[in-house]
Design a binder for this molecule. Structure first.
Ligand SMILES: Nc1nc2c(ncn2[C@@H]2O[C@H](COP(=O)(O)OP(=O)(O)OP(=O)(O)O)[C@@H](O)[C@H]2O)c(=O)[nH]1
Ligand SMILES: [Mg+2]
Length: 178
């Protein structure tokens, strides 16, 4: 299964791929510079690089399911790259930082444009406000059939639960027709 990890700049996409991948992921990080400060609004002080093409990892789940994970870049200027990554994808995981919920619209829009099903994953940063599912759904205008999960992209079990939620969602129509 090809799946894409999307979300705004700095929400933890590369961290997620790193946490969940069973192989050393491919990364395409480039240094953030003073020149980019006008367009790249940092939320994490420790962040010094950004994804400029993609992350790539792999994770084998039970039942012989092998998931190929493509971590997207975050900034809107990479939209064409993200459209390319969505080609042939069976699902998307949209990571959300609750300090900047509105920055998730871009990713959700690209998924809807590509007609790829998705799960919204709230990456729970300690400093970020917590909203319950109903409030988030409302803020994101999420269709009722789109799942929302809460996770910490740095923790394996938490990251795995989010991936299973997405894979389960992808497989659901097939099962109901079996
Ligand atoms: N506190 C906290 N920090 C996190 C979490 N997930 C990621 N980080 C940190 O946030 C920073 C950004 O993570 P990245 O994984 O580079 O974010 P990204 O979404 O890939 O960023 P771009 O590729 O630049 O869009 C890193 O310094 C991570 O260590 C989290 O769940 N909680
Ligand atoms: Mg990244």
């Amino acid at each position: 299964m090809k799946i894409v990890i999307l979300g705004a700049f700095g929400v933890g996409k590369s961290t997620y791929v790193e946490t969940i991948s069973e192989i050393t992921p491919l990364r395409t990080e480039e240094r953030l510079t003073q020149a980019g400060q006008v367009v790249d609004h940092l939320t994490v002080d420790t962040k010094s690089t950004t994804t400029v093409a993609m992350d790539f990892g792999r994770r084998t789940l039970g039942g012989g399911i092998v998931v190929y994970l493509f971590g997207a870049p975050g900034q809107p200027r990479f939209a064409d790259m993200i459209r390319s990554l969505l080609t042939g994808a069976l699902g998307g995981l949209v990571l959300v930082d609750t300090r900047h919920v509105e920055e998730s619209f871009e990713s959700i829009g690209l998924l809807e444009e590509a007609d790829v099903p998705y799960v919204v994953g709230v990456n729970t940063f300690a400093e970020a406000p917590s909203y319950n599912e109903e409030v988030l759904r409302d803020a994101l205008s999420l269709p009722p059939d789109r799942p929302v999960v809460y996770l910490d992209a740095r923790h394996r079990d938490s990251a795995k639960s989010a991936l299973i939620a997405l894979v389960t969602d992808i497989l659901r129509p097939l099962r109901s027709h079996a």
